[in-house]
Design a protein around this ligand. Sequence first.
Ligand code: BEZ
Length: 209
Amino acid sequence: MTLHIGDTAPDFDIDTTQGKIHFHDWIGDSWCFFFSHPADFTPVCTTEMGRTAQLAKEFEARNTKPLGLSTDTVEEHNKWILDVNDTQNTTLEFPIVADPDHKVAQLYEMIHPGESNTAAVRSVFIIDPKKKIRLMMTYPMSVGRNFDEILRVIDALQIGDKYTVATPADWQKGDDVIIPPSISNEDAQKMFPQGWDEIRSYLRLTKLK
Ligand code: BEZ
């Protein structure tokens, strides 16, 4: 099965560092930042786990639950978390899926044989409260992800949903947003009474109030 944006995120039952979870029930009414990493006790992964833990308040402010995954066991994860906390000056409180049988990694196509037959690459899935996949990103094992970008894209998705807008290249929270071409000027007047800057008929920028 190939996963696409807009698909329902595959559901699963699995053991984590915080006990067994049924994925969709665990997400509940939140958003989810579901991300895989190749292995415990490795340098890039240690920094990524530390960064996610440091950003706990930022994820919480976005009603987003982080969930990590690697093909290691709960016992290994728990030992490694002590190292993550120690080396990255943080307290890791989000769950990490233990997937030694590759059950979930296969379901989410996190194993790319060109990189490894046994370890996951650095996959990201942003999943909304309706359990739809809203974003997918895949990084190689050797490159740590940009967590500012992960927060930025969650902001963009949530603001897009709330105001029916799109966001331009390099958009940051507070910047102007795009009125999608599917919205007529007549409807836009009702939806965006603050007005907009019409650079082209298909490129209308507005400020959110
Ligand atoms: C790392 O986290 O540093 C790493 C893990 C697997 C392959 C390459 C790098």
